[in-house]
Design a protein around this ligand. Sequence first.
Ligand SMILES: Nc1ncnc2c1ncn2[C@@H]1O[C@H](COP(=O)(O)OP(=O)(O)O)[C@@H](O)[C@H]1O
Ligand SMILES: [Mg+2]
Length: 226
Amino acid sequence: MNVIVFASRKGGSGKSTLAAHLAALVHRSSRSCLLIDADPQSSLTLWHRLRGTGEPPLRDGTRGVSDIVRAARRERYEWVFIDTPPNRSPVVADAIRAATLVVIPARPTIFDLTAVQETIDLARDGGKPYMVVLNSAPAKRDAVDSPIVARAREGLAGLKVPVWAGQITNRANFALALAAGEGAREFDPESQAAAEISRLWSAIQKSVGVINNAYEGARTVHRAAA
Ligand SMILES: Nc1ncnc2c1ncn2[C@@H]1O[C@H](COP(=O)(O)OP(=O)(O)O)[C@@H](O)[C@H]1O
Ligand SMILES: [Mg+2]
C-alpha cells in the first residue's frame, strides 16, 4: 500500500485540488483508493459530498490518521491519499510519518516558494521522499515554461528540492470540475486539465516505484548482511 500525503503550509496552494483530481483518476481505473481528509476546513469532504457516489471512500482524519492508515493496510487498499491542513497541527506530522511520498503543491510565487521550505523540512526530518508540484502556473507558450515558472524552478533547484518536471496550469476546468464533484477527466476527458492530471499521476507512480525498489534493495542488503 502506498500513502500519498498532500502537504503545504500555504493555504490555497492546491492540496485539496490535486488530491481530489488524482483520486477521481485513480478510482476510475480498478485500483482501490482511500481518501483521508485531515483538514478541518474539509474541502475534500465537500467535493466528496458533491460527488454523491461515496466513491472513492473517504474517512475523517482530523483527529489523527495513523489508525485509519493501519486499517486501510489491513483492508488491502492499494493507495491512500491524505489531504492535510496548512497549519502546524500534529495531524500534519502524523500524516507525513505515514507517507510513502509527500506531494507539496506550490504556486510559482515568491510567497508560496518561501512557505514550502517548512514542509520540506518536515519531510526531510522524517526521512520521507517528497516532491514539489508547481500548481496554478501560467500556461506554457510553445511548450516553454513561462518566466515565472522558470524562475521558480531555478530557485528550487538551488535548494536541491525535487520538483516535478511538468506543471498544473491555472485552468477554470480544475475548479469547475471540483464544483461538479468530478475529476478533470470525468468533467472533460479531452481537456488539457485531464492530460496534466494524468501526467502528474504517471510521475507519482514512477516516484513511488523508485521509492519501493530502493526500500526492497535496502532490505535485501540488510538481510544479506545479517
Ligand atoms: N490549477 C488550478 N487552476 C485553477 N484553480 C485552481 C488550481 N489549483 C487550485 N485552484 C483553486 O484555488 C483554490 C485553492 O485551492 P485548494 O486546492 O483548496 O488549496 P489548498 O487545499 O492547498 O488550501 C480553490 O478554489 C481551487 O479551485
Ligand atoms: Mg485544502
